[in-house]
Design a protein around this ligand. Structure first.
Ligand SMILES: [Zn+2]
Length: 72
């Protein structure tokens, strides 16, 4: 009986370890909005510079990623 419990514990432990290993995979964080690396692909999406601070913005931005001013 104790062998069964031990085997069950090993199986459950392995499943928990496997699932927790998958759980640690998180999607990549969004790029930092402060300064853009020249190699950063977000530069390709630059639409217009911010009218207040001239930071590069994208059409999808509802507010400046640099100074936080909302776009009309
Ligand atoms: Zn700005």
């Amino acid at each position: 009986m104790i062998e069964i419990v031990a085997a069950f514990g090993i199986v459950v432990g392995g499943m928990v370890a496997a699932s927790s290993g998958l759980g640690t995979r998180r999607p990549p964080a969004p790029p930092a909005p402060v300064e853009s690396d020249p190699r950063d692909p977000i530069v390709l999406d630059v639409d217009l510079p911010c009218p207040w601070c001239l930071a590069p913005t994208t059409e999808a931005d509802r507010r400046c990623p640099s100074c936080g001013q909302r776009f009309g």
